[in-house]
Design a protein around this ligand. Structure first.
Ligand code: FE
Length: 495
């Protein structure tokens, strides 16, 4: 296809940028157990459990906007289903920084993604303090709900009313405010126990240290750390996510450099100081899990394909190989200091593509193939097959087949034959990460529900849509009583 043809395709698929950017607003209300009304479809009686979502809820204080929505304070939404009836509770995570800034009604911390304090360079230079914004993910561990942000410790919340309990050390497993990834994996297939939460923390520098932790997530010792190892990694490491198999934890060390000078000098946020280094090679860093059969062995380092990855989808073992699906970008996407995030030109930003890496642990080589060219993010699999071979993945994708744009559609892809099924909210709807919840007693991997928080550009409000995960048929839509900005990650709990 010529570049002219590509441009024609992009032009045909229009969306209204105001519809998209209208989602960026402060969440004004905190509600408790508010009943939700169905606006379309029918009640699903068998739904029993809670959908938890996290994302930025404060984007502006006293007329000053964050530079990037990722700098916004975390707001948790819980949508609880009991015999199909839905209620909504939402609360801000009452972090120390949130409470301080709320009291003063202004930003008093710089943001990692470029938000500066008012007062120009002089007021920002040498200020390396940051607030734990707890805005990235929310998961249950033991009897607590954890609001996560990767550069600091987890905030514990009461899962019932979302009241903030406080910064947690997870029963003494962590030092106070120790970095704790926002991408834990719940492993239902580990060698150790029925349910394990596997996660990591990174201390980065000229040498980085990865701490791989496994917590029991069921039974009497639920919430306790059961495996814990630390490994040194050469060079700077920006690790947002990882993947697991039964025996391995897989990290991708992107080929990027961190030059902290503009951050220290008050000109840029720390994340704006990350830059791809074409001279460097990306590396897979593969750590044996202590719950697995290679316990105690050294990690394996293998050259990785070119590209930048935030999110992995899933991994599994196939003889002496690891098959890893990830969303690859050509480069690290960042909103520059002079750009307005609500008015970005999507076509200028690198687009995410679903790719498959095959990592040969015997020969220490890797290869890559593209599963789908269409821009996508937030891909997931049935939670019951995390770490095993998944036959299907669900993800948020663009409406158009080529080029970058907001995420407006949901795609199911058969990972064996690449067959695709699409559900679209275009032209006026904008989707978030789909959360797949298998049906109780499902006999097939794709049998279940997909939960999608949607920004409805037409009515300038948020909807919750439940799709049939097998065929992406719309089952029910709830109009939500709060407006939720485009968010990050979430999870489902069967309680
Ligand atoms: Fe993420």
């Amino acid at each position: 296809m010529t570049s002219l043809q590509k441009k024609e395709i992009i032009k045909k698929n229009t969306f209204d940028k105001d519809d998209w950017s209208s989602a960026y607003q402060n969440v004004e209300l905190e509600l408790e157990n508010q009943s939700l009304e169905i606006s379309k479809g029918n009640i699903i009686n068998e739904l029993d459990g809670t959908l938890f979502r996290n994302g930025p809820g404060i984007l502006e204080r006293d007329g000053q906007w964050v530079h990037h929505p990722f700098d916004g304070d975390g707001m948790i939404t819980a949508i609880r289903f009991k015999k199909g009836k839905a209620t909504l509770t939402n609360k801000f995570v009452k972090t120390k920084g949130f409470l301080e800034e709320k009291k003063k009604n202004k930003f008093i911390y710089r943001g990692v993604f470029g938000t500066q304090k008012k007062g120009g360079l002089l007021n920002n230079v040498f200020d390396l303090n940051f607030k734990n914004i707890a805005n990235t993910h929310v998961v249950k561990l033991g009897n607590q709900l954890l609001a996560l942000w990767e550069a600091a410790g987890p905030y514990a919340l009461d899962p019932n009313n979302l009241e903030t309990i406080g910064l947690s050390t997870l029963k003494g497993a962590l030092k106070s405010n120790e970095a704790f990834s926002a991408h834990p994996k719940i492993d239902l297939n580990s060698n150790f126990s029925k349910e394990v939460l596997v996660t990591f923390g990174v201390q980065t520098g000229p040498k980085s240290i990865i701490r791989l932790m496994e917590f029991s997530n069921n039974g009497d010792n639920s919430g306790e750390i059961i495996f814990d190892r630390k490994d040194k990694l050469k060079g700077f490491a920006f690790l947002h996510d990882f993947a697991i198999t039964t025996n391995w934890a897989i990290f991708l060390q992107n080929a990027i450099d961190f030059n902290p000078l503009p951050f220290v000098m008050g000109q840029k946020g720390a994340a704006q100081c990350l830059k791809s280094n074409p001279q460097k090679k990306a590396k897979f860093f593969i750590v044996p899990r202590d719950s697995g059969i290679f316990r105690g062995q050294s990690p394996i380092s293998i050259e990785a394909p070119k590209g930048f990855v935030f999110h992995h989808v899933n991994a599994y073992e196939k003889e002496s190989k690891i098959i890893l699906d990830s969303i690859f970008y050509d480069d690290f996407p960042s909103v520059g200091p002079d750009e307005n995030f609500k008015d970005i030109d999507f076509e200028k930003y690198p687009a995410g593509k679903l790719k498959r890496s095959t990592i040969d642990l015997k020969n220490h080589t890797s290869s890559i193939s593209t599963i789908s060219e269409q821009t996508c993010e937030f891909a997931t699999v049935n939670p019951q097959v995390i770490g095993l071979k998944a036959n299907y993945s669900w993800m948020a994708c663009t409406e158009q087949k080529i080029g970058n744009a907001p995420l407006q559609a949901i795609k199911k892809i058969n990972l064996n034959n690449k067959a695709e099924t699409i559900w679209s909210a275009a032209p006026r709807g904008f989707v978030s990460e789909p959360i797949m919840v298998p049906k109780r007693n499902a006999s097939e991997e794709d049998e279940g529900y997909l939960f999608i928080l949607l920004w409805n550009g037409k009515r300038r409000g948020s909807d919750l849509i439940v799709l049939n995960s097998k065929n992406l048929e719309e089952l029910v839509t709830y109009e939500l009583p709060i407006n939720i900005p485009h968010g990050l990650h979430g999870s489902w709990a069967n309680t």
